[in-house]
Design a binder for this molecule. Sequence first.
Ligand code: OOB
Length: 583
Amino acid sequence: MTSTATGHREGYVPFPEDAARAYRAAGYWAGRTLGELLRDTASTHPHRPAVLDDTGATTYTELDAAADRMAHGLLALGIEPGDRVIVQLPNIPEFATTLFGLLRAGIIPVLTLPAHRRAEIEHLATLAGAVAYLIPDRLGDFDYRELATTVSAAVPSLRHVLVAGDPGTFAASDTAPHSADATPNPHPHSHSHSHSHSHSTDDSTADISDHGSAVFLALDSIAREGDSLPDIDPADIAVMLVSGGTTGLPKLIARTHDDYAYNATASAEVCGLTADDVYLATLPAAHNFPLACPGILGTVATGGAIAFALDPSPEAAFAAIEKHGVTVTAVVPPLAQLWSAAVDWEDAELGSLRLLQVGGARLAEVNAREVEPALACRLQQVFGMAEGLLNFTRLDDTDELVCTTQGRPLSPADELRIVDAEGNDVAPGEEGELLTRGPYTLRGYYRAPEHNARAFTADGFYRSGDLVRQLPSGHLVVSGRIKDVINRGGENISCDELEEHLLAHPAVRHAAAVGLPDASLGEKACVVLVVTGELPTLAEIKTYLTERGLATYKLPDVIRRADSLPITAVGKIDKKALRAGLA
Ligand code: OOB
């Protein structure tokens, strides 16, 4: 077996005992697992709609039962509590069933985005030691089964690929357990659990794990009835989120049931969520914002209904708002801008919408001021991070605060420090780097001790890399950033990561990625290259990066040539000078 009951904690940085005790004593950590949030709502609101889709509603009783069947099905495959599973599902109702199934089984979902590609997924699956990979069959013209074939050949710990939809010719069968066009399986007759009747045994799963080629199954074929589910410790890891990017490769953020349940329920309270609310997941559901701020988890905890939109365009999202009577949703600034303008040409009825949350990147004041008149709903700015800390403008804040700040901390137990380059606290109201610690903020990235030594202070504060000022009211204004990240319309691109890929190009001698101002995205990604011979075109560089397996949202928008790159006194690329030179 590749896992033990506690193997998943190896490389996990827990909250210190005294802090954990204090968070429990103060009631922030309620000792409820995420699976219990759903269980409790299913008992208080059994017949209320949990998930709305084109064909109707799934009630809480039904979602609760479906999650249990999914949990039993996953366990029957030989996936064990504490095992990690890569989840790369889009905004479809199966996202909810699968997520709660995993949580109920104590299996840890590693929540990746549909936009991630081979480079990210292979890295994350390897880092997590994932045993299974959950994908849709295809989305647009991208076939995730092909991606999974490549990934499973490179990540030997992966034993199962579970496909929402058609596992296609990639499906396992008694004689052809693997994709027809992939590496042939050396033991074609040793796999027989290709459908729901399978009872996996230790020997069958151990056998598969040995040779790095996973069995493809239809996700909806594994659900089954069962007796009891494992006991889950609320202090244990519930989910892993992918960091928006700081340095180098993406990091994993392990969130416990206790801390993430608090994250979701406290966010629900700030948004005044009730069982009458309908939440539209329009940003990718695997992202912290639509997942738990309050998002899907906060809505489930409150007894409201969730609708999923695959497409955040005004046309599709407005239709979903009208059809399902959506009351709350969350978007990034470019979408807020687009939606505000689109009311002029879209004629959907948006009267149900009462709250639009906007976050992920700085919302310009002019755009903030457009939201309420255009969409006739309250605006809420949200400045958050997968690492934990969330700031919200409050529903009863003045319009001035709502339009000019990024909100104030969610919890009375959030500790904030704003420090200068030497790490000293700045005077009140001055700009500095935001450091934070609290009941739902991580104490270390998963399996990243070296990075953790830099990303956290000795006393456990997370260095956000964001520059902020704090008003006397406690509200923060995000004024910039010291981390080497491009925030492209709410999607964070690690410059290090992009540069690494560029440097692998045969013509590239030096590479620097910087953000340039952009009216709709906030920032666009510019790469400055020192090359031998001719400068590759933007299209060539994009193709090259795509072939290396990089997610599409990390591809550059602009390419520039330089004879040399400006260097700082310590010999690092001087991004400030570079940006100034490009402006
Ligand atoms: C959210 O989470 P991540 O992890 O994708 O990105 C976090 C980073 C922050 O450190 C900051 O640099 C930037 O994105 N950011 C903002 C912002 N919200 C996030 N910068 C300026 N203004 C804002 N309102 O992006 C996220 C997580 C939960 C809720 C909302 C956003």
